[in-house]
Design a protein around this ligand. Structure first.
Ligand SMILES: [Zn+2]
Length: 129
């Protein structure tokens, strides 16, 4: 990944950090989880992601007027540049196709959305990321 400071392809995700989720720009306070690549298997990390998606959809399914989910972000601030660049506080990067395969994430979103009868527009979501 390219570093926004030195513009070299030297940026990579921390082996552990916090992943945050946004749905149509919204999140619950709990729409985040800790991951640790060195201690957890990819399956375990996907499972945490699924849990958080399910938790949001369960909450969202109680809304009166549900606009379809058209935007989904999973991001982290826990990235590091090999050149030791100091990244600006608040700089966030997507974890799609870094920590998570985007296609697999869309599948999880669709499965959980149908479980909780939440309208979702996967085409728009995949265009946006
Ligand atoms: Zn850099």
């Amino acid at each position: 990944m390219y570093c926004p400071k030195c513009f070299n392809d030297t940026l990579s995700v921390h082996s552990r950090g916090v992943a945050k989720l946004l749905f149509n720009g919204k999140q619950m306070d709990t729409s985040q989880f800790l991951y640790n690549i060195k201690q957890e298997s990819p399956e375990q990390i996907y499972e945490k992601l699924r849990e958080k998606i399910a938790e949001f959809f369960q909450w969202y399914s109680g809304f009166q007027n549900k606009s379809p989910i058209k935007k989904f972000e999973v991001f982290s601030q826990d990235f590091v540049c090999k050149n030791n660049c100091k990244l600006d506080i608040g700089t966030k990067f997507t974890l799609l196709n870094i920590l998570f395969n985007a296609q697999k994430v869309y599948e999880i979103l669709e499965e959980e959305a149908s479980k909780y009868s939440v309208p979702i527009d996967i085409k728009s979501i995949s265009k946006g990321s």
